[in-house]
Design a protein around this ligand. Structure first.
Ligand code: F6R
Ligand code: MG
Ligand code: MG
Length: 373
């Protein structure tokens, strides 16, 4: 069994929240190379999307493993030091705890981990996003694994007819449920259509009895009790041979759906699929970006990446995203561009309510009905 882990954190932005400084990436790459030569990891690469660093690692320690998580924590401490030295913005932003204890759960960094027995050929896509939240993967995962208008394999490949099982987390109440699709399709949509609260954590093939997808499912605002940045999620999807084809895995991103997270974590905006070199949100700290790094995994080695969205067939998605961004921006501070109040409750609204509490007064009572003559 091999485990593919993506562990990510924003440890400082260059400039503002738009990108990662090359010195930080070099330091992370160095740490990864040492961990590979020390045999902690089988293979590893560093990547970034916006102001987040992703450590993409293969190893034999399984998910939630202490040595892997503590290595990532130490690496993020190193990149934070560089960010502090260069005066980069929000140095150490996602490191919410003073000391590491056991694993990264609740400590700030996000992680998606998928453990599997390598198939004779193992194509895997690692998705990295910036300026959005983990629920941003709900719509594309639904399309990949449950929508035959997206995934022809659900109709054509007999290995996919039985469908897929979706593990959904309730981030507010910290509980989870499995939906068995297609039987539970409509029930599941009722939940995952509310991505600020319900988030798909993993997907399994019923026929192959294999895990096919994993997402990072943390919400920093819920962990920290106040706004500390969006979670800028990552996702791993295995493809082909009874799972959606690579093209079916990428197809949902031809529609730049609206996600929460842009500008102060407080706005909806379209998610734009981009080449790795274009993953630097600028306009209105957005629009949110997603990149797709394709790998063939062979004996645990990461053969790649191929920059999957560096393709003219996603030009129209990018241009639609720009058009939708123009339309949304014209709403200024109004919904639906701005998030609904319940999603802002960890930020301004709570303070404002306290400050204005005394100024609210009851409305004039309705006039009494005129008695009948
Ligand atoms: C960060 C983000 C940004 C910031 C914004 C304000 O992920 O989404 O839009 O929220 O740049 O940042 P501060 O409050 O640090 O000046
Ligand atoms: Mg940042
Ligand atoms: Mg970010």
């Amino acid at each position: 069994m091999i485990t593919l882990s993506i562990i990510k954190a924003d440890t400082g932005g260059y400039v503002g929240h738009s990108s990662v400084h090359p010195d930080m990436l070099a330091a992370a790459q160095d740490a990864l190379a040492t961990a590979v030569s020390d045999r902690l990891l089988v293979d590893a690469q560093v990547a970034s999307c916006g102001d987040d660093i992703s450590l993409i690692m293969t190893h034999e320690h399984g998910a939630d493993a202490e040595p892997i998580h503590s290595f990532a924590w130490d690496t993020f401490q190193r990149t934070t030091e560089i960010a502090k030295r260069l005066g980069l913005y929000g140095a150490g932003q996602d490191l919410l705890s003073d000391a590491f204890s056991g694993n990264l759960r609740g400590m700030g960094p996000g992680y998606a981990e998928l453990e599997f027995t390598e198939r004779p050929s193992e194509p895997v896509i690692c998705f990295l996003a910036d300026k959005t939240e983990p629920g941003a993967w709900n719509l594309p995962l639904y399309k990949m694994f449950a929508d035959p208008f997206n995934t022809a394999g659900l109709v054509i490949d007999a290995n996919m007819h039985a469908g897929f099982r979706f593990e959904v987390y309730d981030l507010h109440e910290e509980k989870k449920i499995w939906f068995d699709c297609p039987a539970d399709l409509y029930e599941m949509l009722m939940y995952i259509g509310a991505p600020a609260r319900y988030v798909i954590h993993s997907v399994r093939s019923k026929t192959l009895d294999e895990q096919a997808a994993a997402t990072s499912t943390q919400r920093l605002s819920l962990i920290a009790g106040k706004y500390v940045g969006k979670d800028d999620p990552v996702m791993i999807v295995r493809a082909q041979s009874g799972l959606p084809a690579v093209g079916e895995v990428l197809e949902p991103f031809a529609f730049p759906h609206s996600v929460a997270g842009c500008m102060r974590g407080s706005h909806h905006a379209p998610i734009m699929p981009v080449a790795i070199g274009q993953a630097h949100p600028a306009r209105f700290d957005g629009p949110p970006r997603v990149t797709a790094l394709g790998f063939q995994v062979r004996d645990g080695k990461l053969i790649g990446p191929r920059d999957m969205f560096d393709d003219p067939s996603f030009d129209r998605a990018r241009s639609t995203a720009n058009e939708v961004m123009d339309y949304m921006r014209r709403h200024g501070p109004f919904e639906p561009h701005r998030l609904p109040l319940e999603d802002l409750e960890y930020t301004t609204m709570r303070l404002l309510e306290e400050r204005l509490a005394a100024r609210w007064e009851p409305m004039a009572p309705a006039p009494l009905p005129v008695p009948a003559q």
